[in-house]
Design a protein around this ligand. Structure first.
Ligand code: 5GP
Length: 197
């Protein structure tokens, strides 16, 4: 597999990474396209098939695992599988795009490991776990149980921040958006270093 750059935004849910990723996708100078992940979780709210996710069944997901179709995959929550299909990145690279990912920290670091020179891995830090709770409740698309599950995971995820290339503190959204844009712009302007044989 080869092509453009890979830009990863990982963070606990509720940190605002999706808002940042959506903002960056609108910036034409970055030439980004969104990597649509496959998931076995049901669609929420206004989410659309093939746009936010490829919504598939647990058994279809497991078939893809068996066929080695994923660049990375993760059982993020019990029976809620998420993964990046190799064909998705190949499709976007073939269009001459840099690919941007909104994925969990484990998946993000896996992609970084597979493509160390092509990847910029950015961690988005929320102001605090309490603030995360407030944001997730405001979103109110999920049950209290699901929200608590996400919060428990957030503490573990926060500890992985030092493994990322960059950490953006999302305390003020406009500042975070400007910082994200500048980081991505700088990274895509650097030619990819080919490993020496
Ligand atoms: P949500 O259910 O809120 O859409 O996503 C839950 C978590 O799964 C988020 O942290 C999201 O970034 C992550 N996620 C989404 N797609 C992928 C993927 O392809 N791989 C991995 N490892 N995580 C993903």
């Amino acid at each position: 597999m080869e092509g453009g750059k890979l830009i990863i935004f990982s963070a606990p849910s509720g940190s605002g990474k999706t808002t940042i990723v959506r903002h960056l996708l609108k910036q034409e100078d970055l030439n980004l396209a969104f990597s649509v992940s496959a998931t076995s979780r049901p669609a929420r709210g206004k989410e659309k098939q093939g746009e936010h996710y490829y919504f598939i069944s647990v058994s279809e997901f497991k078939k893809h695992i068996k066929n080695d179709d994923f660049l990375e995959w993760e059982e993020v929550y019990r029976d809620n599988f998420y993964g990046t299909l190799k064909t998705e990145v190949e499709r976007l690279w073939a269009q001459g795009k840099n690919v941007i990912f909104d994925i969990d920290v484990v998946g993000g670091l896996r992609i970084k490991k597979k493509f160390p020179n092509e990847t910029l891995a950015v961690f988005v830090k929320p102001p605090s776990v309490d603030e995360l709770k407030i944001r997730l409740k405001k979103r109110s698309t999920e049950s209290e149980d699901k929200i608590n599950m996400r919060i428990a995971k957030a503490s573990v995820e926060l500890a992985t921040a030092p493994q990322f290339d960059e950490v953006i503190k999302n305390y003020d959204l406009d500042t975070a958006l400007a910082e994200a844009h500048a980081l991505v712009k700088k990274f895509i302007s650097i030619p990819t270093q080919k490993p020496k044989n």
